[in-house]
Each structure stands twice: as structure tokens, then as C-alpha cells.
Design a protein around this ligand. Sequence first.
Ligand SMILES: Cc1ncc(COP(=O)(O)O)c(C=O)c1O
Length: 370
Amino acid sequence: MTGDGTRCVHGGLGTGAVGEPVHPGPVLSSTFRLGLPHDAAAQDFYGRADNPTFRVLESAIGELEGGSCTSFSSGMAAIAAVLRLAARPGAAVVLPSDGYYLARLLARDELAPQGVEIREMATAGSWNDQVVEGATLVLLETPSNPGLEVCDIRAIAERAHAAGALVAVDNTTATPLGQRPLALGADLVVASDTKALAGHGDVVLGHVTARDPILADRIRIARTRGGAVPGPMEAWLAHRGLGTLDLRLARQAANAHALALALLTHPAAQDVRWPGLPGDPAHAIASTQMRRWNGVLRFTLGSTRQVGLFLEASRLVGSATSFGGLQTTADRRERWGDAVPPGLVRLSAGCEDTDDLVDDVLGALDHIRA
Ligand SMILES: Cc1ncc(COP(=O)(O)O)c(C=O)c1O
């Protein structure tokens, strides 16, 4: 297998014939020529069913994740398609109690009224047989957003499979380079590619990758019927972003590492968490299943006001939700309803120079103390 950088740069692109573009543009047509009534249907006939630009992106992501990928109009559209697989009366779905909040709200508001039992379990909690007993679907999120807790995908997948459940892993924070859930025993990967995969803060997109071709077909049919297809332009931008994921992730992880070490030395920041730190409670499991680290960390300041002072004083840390972009951003997660302290900040380290970022963040923390 070639390295991460090579696979990101070449993924989805064939060698092409003489005269074909080296950098093909997006195929924006919503309709494709059908031919005469007796002509066999082509793969492309209508833009909600398929599109050549989707296939380029899906082939690149699928190769990195080791399965068959279907792109969606957003990460939530991808999660919704997976949750709906399990939606029948009497079914039970297990979700992380500390993962991305909208997945929980969607399950509670849409699945529970259809007679689906919704069980919630902390990512770093005790995943015993009782938790998965009788479940049809177990959705994990590791590292979790915003807590950056980690669970053992392989062990939970074994348990869940023994109970007859499908296992899906939200791989958004890890990215396809950071973790390969299908190789660890999961059936499905879901992700928001709005984050590091597309990586430039200009695209909303998601995907589901499946190991089993029959399951992959069900997902694809669900997309066609549900209609949550990406725009070809978004798919094209995401593929362009994916080309530099290896480079961006390397800088973001180096910056997150330096920032985590700096934050540990500063009295204003408490409870610094980044799975790549050897002393982090998640490090031991994360090291066994993650291939590399990423730029997302968290820490807690004393109050909402302190977060405001920090953001005001920083020149480089933007106040924004989402993560995985070029610029460093910070998000006070309690404002979205996460059950976290008011001063908890999820910080997404960008691609700035490490020294600039560390100086800026330490200076902004000093400002709080002053
Ligand atoms: C872990 C995780 N999963 C899914 C989503 C939803 O993705 P999107 O915003 O692309 O719909 C998010 C969004 O923040 C997320 O952080």
C-alpha cells in the first residue's frame, strides 16, 4: 500500500487517456442523455442517483477507508441515513451520550416516536453486554466531539456483533487517515467532511462507507430516495481538499501537540485533553487504534467571561464552530447545549506556524489572568 500523502494526492483519479484533463472539473449537469428506448441505461442518467464527480470523491475516500463510500449532502444527512436503517418498532439504537449533539436529538425526535428504543452510553463508559443487548445499531464516536474521549472500537464491535447489532463509527475527528474503523471491525463509517476532510471551511458534506457491498447498496438507495445528495461543486471542492489532507493533518497535529503542552503549563487552563498526549486518559486505547493524531483538543477556562477575554485577546484564534479548517478556531461548547462546563473550549488547531500559535494562545491566556 502506498503512503497517506500519495493516496490523498492520487485518490479517485485514473491515469486518463491522452488529451483528457489532468484536473477534471465538476460535472454540473443534473440530467444525462438516455438514448433511444432500447438503449441500455447508462450509469449516469439523473443527478440525484449518481454523478461522475461524486464517484471520484467516493472512490478516493473508499480507498482510504477500505470500503464502498456514498457521499451525502452533510454529515447529518449521512448519520440520518444510517439511523434510519435501524428505524423499526421494537428496535434499539445505542448512541454516545457525549458525542455530536444533533445525532442524539435526531434519534430522540425522529426514531423514538416510531417505537425505536434509544440508549445512550458515554464514549469512555463501560460497554458491557447489557448496553448492546437486543440492539440493531450501535453508533460510536471516537474521538468524541467535544470531549475527545475514546472507546475501543474492536472490543465494542465484537460485543455488538455477538448481540446481532450493526456497528457504525463517526470518524469525523479522526479522519480517514487517522483511523480505519472498518479494519477494526465496524460495519459502517459515517463522517462530516465539512471538517478536516474538505478542510477549507467552504463545503458542507458527509459520507458513509460500508464494508459489505449489500449494506453499501442499501445506503446508496437510501440516499437516492431520501434525496440528500451533495452538489457536484461541493463534491469537487471536497476532493480537491482531500488532496492535501495528509499535509494539513501533519501541521494541525503538530500544532495541537505544541498547544496542548503549552496549555498544560498555564494556570488559566484546566483539564487539557488531546489523545496524542502520553498522559491523556484516552491515549492508551487511542494508540492501539489510531494511525495518527489530529488538530482537535479541548481545555477548560474558569467561566464564559474568561473564554470571551481569551478570544478577545487572541489574534490568531477565531471564534467559530466547526473544526478541521486551515485557521485555528475555538468553540465554547456549552452554548450548543453540550453537557460540559461553561468554560470548556474545543480548539481546532489550524495550519499556522507553530511558534506563532503558541505565543498567541499563551498571550491570550495571560490576558485573562491580568
Ligand atoms: C462528530 C460530528 N459528526 C457529525 C457532524 C455533522 O456534520 P455536518 O455539520 O456536516 O452535518 C458534526 C458536525 O459538527 C460532528 O462534529
